[in-house]
Write a protein that binds this ligand. Structure first.
Ligand SMILES: Cc1cc2nc3c(=O)[nH]c(=O)nc-3n(C[C@H](O)[C@H](O)[C@H](O)COP(=O)(O)OP(=O)(O)OC[C@H]3O[C@@H](n4cnc5c(N)ncnc54)[C@H](O)[C@@H]3O)c2cc1C
Length: 486
């Protein structure tokens, strides 16, 4: 029997941990791979995240290929962190001790067609998962801007897309079960159909990688579908009309700084058949939205920063009218070759216009003082409130708007912009998206009414702090997170 949340629940007297089925034995402690009988070797690895602000050579690095190897590694390490695909903008995945990647633990383990549930090893990428489950007629319905993330990494930070019918990938409507490797290598299994696991799952769904190593996740899925995407320029006032997010399945918009122009994107379920247009898709998704934006920003940042407002107006004039039909998992995420920096916040729906006005004022004043020139659009996305995870930024009974700030990496002083913008957003009780950059650790715990409940599980499940890294240390201490760790 794997350990259940009821057994592991942080209650007094001392929780009774029954380490069962997946116990660590002397044979797997010796770190010998069951599959080929060869020792699992530590590799030399320099880890660098996607935005290149976090870089470290961990003391040991492993890529376990079996559950047995994974359990042994966890049991014998004193400090261990799993890295997904390194797409967090902050030091979430940083450790200079033992780092592991579950990239080889990527198999689908069980398929329950009747209930549309799939149990999968957590090292699989979102892209590979969606591609594979299409053959079962299932899909993760609401996805973000990319799908390179690992399932474990994406869920640990509450990754989300846009669409008021859905929440984040870590919501209770999305995650049915989780299997966590605990301090001593045993497996803790949590299931939504066991009432005693309810609180454990609320802690584990958005876990910041600090409750154990996620070995497997059981997702609740929806029927696969095609979406028709329509994208076009619209004035800010028109984009802010709430009719859009109410009547479209997925709606989001980008506000170009120094302009009144937005790019709105709607995606709706359709019975139309997907028609591939590789050349048009290449033109929009790679040439225009990546290469052109990247190349022009590099030139502008290096030639004359003061021209940025005019330059951004020029970019806003290039917003295409786009229309395409494809499978939902193909037309929500897209390629990102342009490198940028991001900070994102969850706020109550309805505050968008007021917040955008305040951000416009900040943008104008930073440009006037020549401190920072806003160069990439602010993105607005909308999700259902989440009541199933203690640390979800969308923890609410009300719908939520996510506001996403970006800067191309070529511009100086982006930190000033993000810090100043965060001060504005904090006035609206904004909660940071955990995978992005944020600064105000001293107040962040206060924004999460269930932070203490999460900490109770943290203390009970990780009494020796084996899974705590720099990111969580700073968060709990209320100390400012570093922008750059190298
Ligand atoms: C270009 C880009 C676009 C993005 N778009 C979006 C978006 O549209 N919406 C959105 O919400 N976010 C978005 N993000 C943020 C991203 O989804 C999150 O940062 C996500 O956590 C990254 O997943 P990862 O696999 O790279 O995890 P990592 O960044 O490698 O790790 C994230 C956390 O998960 C933990 N972790 C990883 N694997 C395990 C495991 N097996 N067990 C326990 N803990 C584990 C790590 O220790 C760490 O704490 C984007 C990021 C980038 C770079």
């Amino acid at each position: 029997m794997a350990q259940t949340a009821q057994e592991a629940k942080p209650e007094t007297p001392e929780p009774e941990y029954s380490k069962g089925k997946q116990e660590v034995t002397s044979s797997n402690l010796s770190l010998v791979s069951e599959s080929n009988n060869t020792p699992v070797q530590s590799k030399k690895k320099i880890f660098e995240n996607w935005s290149h602000n976090i870089r470290v050579q961990p003391r040991e690095y492993y890529e376990p290929k079996t559950l047995d190897e994974l359990q042994s590694l966890v049991a014998r390490s004193s400090k261990i962190k799993a890295v997904g695909s390194g797409h967090s903008f902050n030091c979430q995945a940083y450790t200079d001790q033992t780092m592991i990647s579950l990239k080889h633990l990527n198999r689908i383990l069980d398929v329950d067609r009747d209930n549309r549930r799939i149990r999968v090893e957590a090292g699989k990428s979102l892209h590979d998962f969606n591609k594979e489950i299409e053959s079962y007629g299932m899909v993760l319905p609401s996805l973000g801007g990319i799908d390179k993330q690992s399932l474990a990494g994406a869920c640990s930070t509450a990754t989300h897309g846009s669409g008021l019918k859905w929440g984040t990938l870590s919501d209770e409507s999305s995650i049915f079960g989780m299997e966590l490797i605990q301090d001593d290598g045993s497996v803790l299994e949590l299931r939504a159909d066991r009432p005693s696991d309810r609180e454990g799952l609320m802690a584990a769904r958005v876990n910041l990688g600090v409750l154990g190593i996620i070995y497997a996740i059981t997702f609740k899925l929806e029927e696969s579908r095609c979406l028709e995407l329509r994208s076009k320029p619209l004035s800010l006032e028109e984009a802010q009309d709430q009719g859009h997010y109410l009547k479209n399945d997925h709606f989001e918009y980008l506000v170009f700084p120094f302009t009144d122009t937005t790019e709105v994107t709607m995606r709706n379920r359709t019975s139309k058949t997907p028609k591939p247009h590789p050349i048009i898709d290449f033109y929009h998704d790679i040439f225009l939205k990546n290469w052109t934006v990247d190349g022009l920003n590099r030139c502008n940042a290096n030639l004359n920063l003061k021209r940025t407002p005019a330059f951004v107006k020029f970019l806003a004039g290039m917003i295409p009218n786009e229309r395409k039909v494809s499978m939902s998992w193909k037309n929500q995420p897209g390629p990102r070759t342009v490198r940028f920096f991001q900070a994102e916040y969850a706020v109550k729906l309805g505050l968008e216009a007021e917040i955008q006005q305040a951000l416009d004022q900040l943008t104008a004043s930073l440009a006037k003082s020549e401190t920072f020139f806003a160069n990439l659009p602010v993105q607005y996305r909308f999700v259902k409130g989440d009541q199933g995870s203690f640390l979800s930024p969308s923890l609410s009974t009300e719908p939520i708007c996510y506001i996403n700030l970006s800067s191309h990496l070529s511009y100086p002083n982006w930190q000033t912009f993000f810090e100043e913008a965060e001060k504005i957003l904090m006035q609206y009780q904004a909660r940071p998206q955990w995978g992005k950059q944020f600064y105000n650790n001293p107040v962040i715990q206060g924004l999460y009414p269930e932070f203490e409940a999460f900490m109770e599980f943290k203390k009970a499940w990780d009494p020796n702090g084996k899974f705590t890294g720099l990111f969580f240390e700073k968060l709990v201490a209320g100390e400012k997170s570093p922008y750059i760790v190298k």
